[in-house]
Write a protein that binds this ligand. Structure first.
Ligand SMILES: Nc1ncnc2c1ncn2[C@@H]1O[C@H](COP(=O)(O)OP(=O)(O)OP(=O)(O)O)[C@@H](O)[C@H]1O
Ligand SMILES: [Mg+2]
Length: 346
């Protein structure tokens, strides 16, 4: 259909809609509705911001600086995303290749903000009772046996008799606390399902408590992080309760900063290593070196060759850059070629 005809149809539709609105209540109604909408949105914004400030009273720039002071470098966009997620109190999932900084991020945040830190390493045999609610049967028996019949018998179903599992500790924490659920994709289905309520409402239900069933809720702000290597696809119910941050390999400048800080080397040397690692990552490797490997390689180069990048020092340190035999051959070959080109040019 030609554009002018389409425009005419659109205008006619708009005119009809406006005509209908005008006939129902006139222009005044439309304008009033728009004003009310704007006022309601402004009020909602104030409320959302107040709630956000209660959760995390920092600007994104301050958050970036807090992480940086802990030696953790996150770019502006990712920091802004993290900031939004944290202010909404949502559990934050972190994805990305091995060695990209998934596990370190929550730890750096907790240290930087002086928050408590609770760590939970997941594996397929981890059961819900081990992380959530379970009675400490041993303590109950010991205390029951210790009772000699004078006075009222001990109440064996109070908080004191619950095993201090990571999630229970997080709810009982009396200061803001970061909870790191590391490698959540390794959890079995039963434990994953159990997690949903905790993720959703930051609460756990205790059955058999004296006085009946009790729901324990977090008393201090909780910042829940989950990391995943995508070993297994998480189910949609789980995904709904989390927001995800995809960490990607940093650009050369940021990588150089990480190396400078992490290995204590001068920026020039860090920049050279960062450039080479970036080039190596362009190769068709089975396992590309990530931030962790770049840092390890940088340290090893300083250790064995005083920071000289030569075919000999590369040969000695190749294990940090390449993990599979085919990768080793490919990286060595490429580095030798670059080295020769560079020296011929020089
Ligand atoms: N953004 C970063 N800033 C500074 N150092 C970093 C960063 N990312 C990674 N590192 C370095 O890499 C190391 C490995 O990071 P981390 O253990 O968080 O990786 P990971 O993504 O959890 O890996 P995996 O999937 O193997 O568990 C860190 O100890 C740190 O030295
Ligand atoms: Mg990790």
């Amino acid at each position: 259909m030609p554009v002018p005809a389409l425009l005419l149809i659109l205008l006619a539709l708009l005119a009809t809609a406006l005509g209908l609105a005008a006939r129902r209540g006139g222009w005044g109604v439309l304008v009033r509705r728009e004003v009310e909408n704007r006022q309601a949105l402004a009020a909602a914004r104030v409320q959302v911001r107040e709630e956000g400030n209660r959760m995390l009273d920092l600007s994104p720039e301050q958050l970036q600086q807090v992480l940086r002071e802990q030696g953790y470098f996150l770019d502006r966009l990712q920091t802004q995303r993290l900031w939004v997620y944290l202010r909404q109190g949502k559990p934050v999932g972190i994805r990305g290749e091995p060695g990209i900084g998934k596990s370190l991020l929550p730890e750096a945040l907790a240290k930087g903000l002086g928050f408590g830190f609770i760590d939970m390493a997941c594996h397929s045999h981890l059961e819900a009772e081990e992380i959530g609610i379970s009675w400490n049967g041993f303590k109950q028996i010991v205390d029951a046996q210790a009772y000699r019949g004078s006075g009222p018998p001990p109440d064996l179903y109070t908080l004191e008799y619950l095993t201090p599992t990571p999630l229970l500790q997080s709810l009982l924490a009396d200061r803001p606390t970061v909870v790191r659920v590391d490698e959540v994709d390794k959890l079995n289905e039963h434990t994953t399902n159990f997690f949903l309520r905790y993720l959703d409402r930051k609460e756990l239900v205790v059955h058999n408590m004296s006085g009946g069933t009790r729901t324990l809720r977090a008393s201090a702000p909780l910042y829940i992080f989950l990391t995943s290597n995508e070993y297994k696809k998480l189910d949609p119910a789980f995904m709904r309760r989390t927001v995800w941050l995809d960490l990607t390999f940093p650009d050369e400048g940021v990588l150089a900063e990480i190396l400078r800080h992490g290995a204590g080397v001068p920026l020039d040397f860090a920049a050279r290593v960062a450039r080479i690692v970036h080039q190596v990552r362009q190769l068709n490797l089975e396992k590309k070196p990530s931030i962790a490997e770049a840092l390890e390689w940088c340290r090893a180069l300083v250790d064995v060759a005083g920071g000289q990048i030569t075919p000999q020092s590369v040969d000695l340190t190749i294990g940090f850059l390449a993990k599979w035999p085919e990768d080793v051959a490919m990286v060595k070959e490429a580095l030798r070629r670059w080295y020769d080109t560079f020296h011929k040019a020089g």
